[in-house]
Design a protein around this ligand. Structure first.
Ligand code: UTP
Length: 481
């Protein structure tokens, strides 16, 4: 319990006043001892000295996005290794990735600390029912993939899950009450990410979520690069002999939790320093809201779709394709030692990004909770891809949208559970047809049925060979295999 003498209290009030945050103690006298202690603990965790600069740069001011003078499209390995554009040795890369997996040198890492506000789902997003037929959760999809990988490669792929202080307990409780989804609990590790205080827009004052509670938000997926280290996950990986981390977001049931070809490219391609690599899909058009892989001063960077100058975003090649075509799906591989170095060799210093949000808060005059109707606050987050330019040499690998990308971000429409289920069905239909199963199709070519394939049945199309499959799927049928 944090207890303070009167003198220490006065000194704290003075320090807060010096950085314009003395209001945080406005209701202190009304709190009981436990609540007082909690609030003091939260205040002590703030880096008061750096607050004024941070607020000036990101909250009361808006950082100008410095668009580099020269931006080129990032080079990438095409999905087809035999492509004339840039042929590469697909067999060797797969073999290299498979041997890393078989040697137990790969961990899976899910960032699951987001607030999922667009989806509007109560509870951790990983518990969202995503399966097209069974309604199995996102976490179940990943767990089944990891069980399948352990079987296929003959080695455990340990799973690290980053939560936030807001959803940590609920996430762990879900795994506890569901038998760790068939995994060995000693190979599943959870750790919460850090938080940032949330600020009032315009004034930069830290908001109170309650009279004794600072309003906070998770510090962004970029916070994972710090939390992996401070939580002890990196040490745990080193103890296990893990060298590479397969990073993915919580919202995509079709993600390849470990992809041997991508792992191989990351680890042994001559163009890669084996520090941090990325997957891309070709953007559907200049407007699609995916960050774009670019090359700036010889380094790979992701430029957010809203920051890429329009004339560049719209440039076309002679064949009509977009010049800046490589869209990020937030799938990376990074080496354990790269993450460690980000935390030791240099002060951990990824930039912040500001987002304007509706943040419920205590009114300083009335002491009542206000639910704002328009954006009143600013939250600051770090983005994982800001680590890319810190690599010596980073590579980008093209993958197929239809094979691996079915994110659930919104309640309806684009990137929703409906669109995800349709993509799940189409992928399963293609894989089954390739294995000789007859799938009913409508006049427009879409599958006239709903199919869900468990990763335990197939992680990739080739895994269906020799499996006991139905000869045909009936029109309108709902099938889980
Ligand atoms: P999103 O950008 O989709 O954000 O996160 P979100 O918070 O989940 O959803 P909205 O914007 O409120 O609707 C992309 C991935 O990064 C993780 C999310 O859990 C998701 O897997 N993430 C995001 C974190 O782990 N921590 C964060 O602070 C932010």
């Amino acid at each position: 319990m944090v207890i303070m003498s009167d003198a220490k209290m006065k000194s704290l009030r003075d320090r807060l006043a010096a950085v314009g945050q003395e209001h945080l103690l406005r209701f202190y006298g009304e709190l009981d001892a436990a609540a007082q202690s909690h609030l003091l603990g939260q205040i002590e965790a703030l880096d008061l000295d750096s607050l004024p600069g941070l607020i000036q740069t990101y909250v009361t001011g808006k950082p100008k996005v410095a668009v580099p003078d020269r931006i080129d499209p990032a080079p990438y390995f095409p999905v087809d290794p035999n492509s004339k554009r840039r042929p590469w040795d697909g067999v060797a890369m797969r073999a290299a990735g498979e041997s890393l997996l078989a040697a137990g040198k790969v961990a899976a890492f899910t960032v699951a600390g987001g607030q999922g506000s667009r989806l509007g789902f109560e509870g951790p997003k990983g518990m969202f029912p995503a399966g097209a037929v069974t309604g199995k959760t996102l976490f179940q999809f990943f767990a089944e993939s990891l069980r399948a990988a352990a079987k296929k490669y003959g080695a455990v792929v340990p799973w690290y899950i980053m939560t936030s202080p807001l959803n940590h307990e609920a996430t762990v409780a879900y795994f506890e009450s569901n038998g760790y989804l068939g995994l060995d609990r000693k190979n599943v590790m959870f750790f919460p990410q850090g938080v940032m205080p949330s600020f009032e827009m315009g004034t930069g004052k830290i908001l109170l979520a309650g009279k004794g509670e600072i309003a906070t938000n998770p510090d962004g997926h970029g916070g994972s690069l710090k939390a992996l280290f401070t939580s002890g996950a990196i040490d745990d990986m080193r103890r296990r002999g893990v060298e590479h981390i397969s990073y993915f977001q919580v919202d995509n049931p079709l993600v390849r939790v470990v992809d041997p070809v991508f792992l191989g490219l990351h680890a042994i391609a001559a163009e890669s320093s084996g520090e941090m690599s990325s997957k891309m899909i070709p953007k559907t058009g200049p407007e699609e809201k995916l960050g774009v892989f670019c090359s700036v001063n010889g380094k790979i960077e992701i430029i957010e779709y809203s920051d890429l100058p329009r004339e560049l975003a719209e440039q076309r090649l002679a064949d009509g394709g977009l010049r800046f075509i490589a869209g990020s799906i937030a799938v990376h591989v990074m080496s354990v030692e790269f993450v460690a170095r980000l935390n030791t060799d240099r002060a951990f210093s990824l930039p912040y990004h500001r987002a304007e949000k509706k943040i419920p808060h205590i009114d300083m005059g009335t002491g009542k909770l206000v639910q704002p109707e328009k954006n009143n606050g600013v939250k600051l987050e770090r983005f994982v891809f800001d680590a890319l330019p810190l690599c010596r040499r980073s590579i980008v690998y093209e993958t197929s949208r239809a094979e691996e990308f079915a994110p659930i971000k919104n309640a309806t429409g684009v990137d929703s559970v409906e669109s995800s289920k349709a993509i799940q069905t189409e992928r399963a239909a293609r894989w089954l047809e390739a294995a000789g199963v007859k799938v009913p199709r409508r006049a427009d070519g879409t599958a006239e049925c709903v199919i869900e394939l468990s990763p335990l049945t197939a992680m990739e199309a080739g895994d269906l060979a020799g499996k006991n499959l139905p000869r045909e799927i009936g029109r309108g049928e709902r099938v889980a295999l």
